[in-house]
Design a protein around this ligand. Structure first.
Ligand code: SF4
Length: 189
């Protein structure tokens, strides 16, 4: 009999009729399992404010950290841009941080190569520097159509949508100083 009473006591319709939730929108409709659930970020030790890196909307993110590891990324309700929302890409950005496909070293594939080689960052930066200098020199133009130009057509820059104002300012300044005139940014979605 006691077991029957206990079973009936767990029945939502009974709780709805006997408890203080007559419309069955709260406690009466909640199962024991639901009652034991907690937020998945409850064990986080700290929350770091960040911006979604995927597109120019720049939605705010809360990055949850535990044992110095990112454990979850969610929308930041304090962001005036997104007010706590993230699209499916932004919602999946935890994988960008912790996924096994993330590369932590520079990969280089030589012309006609079929394999990726790992390079240290200093070597890669030196290679890029050499190529920039050579391309600038090869594409240099003192004059065009009788007018003084002093520019290079050997280098162009196309920025990504996630670059911020300060980064774009520095990129424009660098490439203009190098004499490049083809400087653009994909600041759209
Ligand atoms: S719209 Fe999506 S991809 Fe773009 S910043 Fe917001 S969450 Fe990221």
């Amino acid at each position: 009999m006691r077991r029957v009473r206990t079973w009936i006591g767990h029945w939502p319709a009974y709780r709805q009729l006997k408890g203080d939730d007559p419309l069955g929108r709260g406690a009466a409709a909640k199962s024991g399992r639901s009652g034991r659930l907690g937020p998945r970020v409850a064990s986080a030790e700290r929350v770091v404010k960040s911006i979604c890196p995927y597109c120019a909307v720049g939605c705010g993110q809360n990055v949850y950290v535990e044992d110095d590891r990112v454990t979850q990324i969610e929308g930041d309700p304090d962001s005036p841009v997104s007010r706590g929302r993230l699209c499916p890409k932004g919602s999946a950005s935890l994988q960008l941080t912790t996924g096994s496909a993330r590369e932590h070293e520079v990969l280089y594939r030589r012309p006609y190569g079929t394999q990726w080689e790992r390079l240290d960052l200093d070597t890669a930066m030196d290679m890029i520097t050499d190529r920039v200098i050579a391309s600038r020199r090869a594409g240099w133009q003192w004059e065009a159509d009788g007018a003084r130009t002093r520019r290079t057509l050997g280098i162009a820059s196309l920025g990504g949508a996630t670059l911020d104002n300060e980064e774009n300012y520095l990129i424009k300044k660098l490439f203009t100083a190098l004499g490049a005139i083809q400087i653009e940014n994909q600041a759209r979605i």
